[in-house]
Structure formats: structure tokens, C-alpha cells
Design a binder for this molecule. Structure first.
Ligand code: SF4
Length: 232
């Protein structure tokens, strides 16, 4: 089901929303939220979609938006008649070269962090941490999956996952420098090694454009280093 016209797409999105009209997403009614989703609003702003009861709706919505390329479209101006969208950061309005998805069977792209807090030396694999990426206003919650040469590779777990009721002890390590991203290029042009690129990690809560340099590229998997939230 691809390239639906805007009206049909909006109505299909509306059908998949919980219809509680509770306003928790910041919109008075579900149909108003449906309209805003077409302009790039994050579906995770409806807390009910993150509950088990609405998992099928959440997955179906995600598929619908992905198939119709409405993941990060900032405004209707960026959708052409066939439903194609450019990759534009929601916060900054910059164009991105591609969207970065997690590696197969993983739920977020891998991020490598340089943690300067004294707590870093005691962190272990499987620990959960709270950190704020340098240059990002939002606190992030993550699980450590690898430690190498003093750097920590993580999967981002939230904040969205935190309202599903899961309780964990997060070690607050303060500001951390994100030095690398690893994932797969899901939409957009596959970059070459050595290129400076602009990309949007699909798990990014702010759908902000990041920049970096491709240091590994194999199939559609890429390792991007020199991450910067000031876009180059
Ligand atoms: S939070 Fe969900 S259920 Fe409530 S109005 Fe928004 S979309 Fe509808």
C-alpha cells in the first residue's frame, strides 16, 4: 500500500488511533493528531500506542508511514502528489541524505559514547544509563551493549520506553559525547566511505539531522564517526 493520496492516508491513520480523544498527545482529538502525523508528528506522542493493547495499531501505523515515506516530513509542502517526501529534520528543517535504521533485529541504531563522568570506569555491559548527548536538549536512556577502548556502545531505550511502565535503575552519567552511529541506510542514497553525510536516526526523538563521516560501508550497513549536531 504505497503512495496513497493525502486524504486517504489521513483517514487510515485516524482509523488506527485509539479514539479516546483524551488530549494526552497535545491535540484535543485523535483526528487532529492524525492530521499532525502527516506533518511529521511522532506517533509515540500518543501514550496508548505504546501499550500492549495497541501494539498492532502501532506497528500498522509505522508500516503505513514508512511505506508512504512520511517519517520525517516537516510540512505538507514537502509531500509531492505521489506522496514522496524529502528527509527533513523536524527541529532544524535541514535536508538529510538518508534515514538510519537499526541493524537487523535491533531496536535502535548503535551509538558509541565517550563518557567523561568518573562513573564511566565502573560501568558494565547490560547496565542502564541516563545521559544527555552533547548538543541535544533531551535526556536519553540506554543500555550498554559493548565496552571497547574506554568507549561505550549503547542501544537507546527511551524516554518513550519509560512510559510503558518498565522500571530500571538508570545510572546518570551526565553529558556524553556521541562519537559514532552504526545502522542501516533505510531510505535515501547509500553513501561512500569518506563522505561527510547528513542523516536522521529513525529512533531520534527530535528527528534532528546529524552529520558525520562514513568510515565503514558494507551492503546497506554504515558506521558513521565524527558525529555532530551542528550540521555540516
Ligand atoms: S493521546 Fe492518543 S487517544 Fe488521546 S487524543 Fe491523542 S491520539 Fe487520541
Amino acid at each position: 500500500m504505497t503512495n496513497l493520496d493525502r486524504e486517504t492516508l489521513e483517514s487510515k491513520i485516524n482509523e488506527l488511533l485509539p479514539k479516546y480523544n483524551c488530549g494526552a498527545c497535545g491535540f484535543k482529538r485523535c483526528d487532529l493528531f492524525a492530521e499532525s502525523i502527516l506533518c511529521g508528528e511522532d506517533i509515540r506522542k500518543c501514550p496508548f500506542l505504546l501499550k500492549e493493547d495497541f501494539k498492532l495499531n502501532f506497528d500498522e501505523l509505522n508500516n503505513l508511514l514508512t511505506e508512504n515515506k512520511i517519517i520525517v516530513c516537516k510540512s505538507t509542502k514537502n509531500i509531492d502528489k505521489s506522496g514522496n517526501a524529502e528527509f527533513i529534520g523536524l527541529i532544524d528543517g535541514y535536508n538529510a541524505d538518508f534515514l538510519l535504521d537499526p541493524l537487523e533485529n535491533e531496536h535502535s541504531c548503535r551509538e558509541t559514547l565517550l563518557i567523561t563522568s568518573p562513573l564511566a570506569k565502573d560501568l558494565k555491559i547490560n547496565d542502564y544509563i541516563q545521559y544527555r548527548p552533547l548538543g541535544c536538549p533531551l535526556p536519553h536512556f540506554a543500555k550498554i551493549i559493548e565496552i571497547s577502548h574506554g568507549m561505550h556502545v549503547i542501544h537507546v531505550e527511551g524516554p518513550c520506553h519509560r512510559i510503558t511502565g518498565e522500571k530500571k535503575d538508570y545510572i546518570n552519567v551526565g553529558v556524553a559525547i556521541v562519537v559514532a552511529f552504526e545502522g542501516v541506510v533505510s531510505k535515501g542514497k547509500m553513501p561512500e566511505i569518506g563522505k561527510t553525510v547528513r542523516f536522521i536516526p529513525t529512533h531520534c526523538m527530535m528527528q534532528k539531522v546529524h552529520s558525520g563521516v562514513i568510515v565503514e560501508a558494507e551492503g546497506n550497513r554504515v558506521l558513521i564517526e565524527g558525529i555532530d549536531l551542528k550540521v555540516w
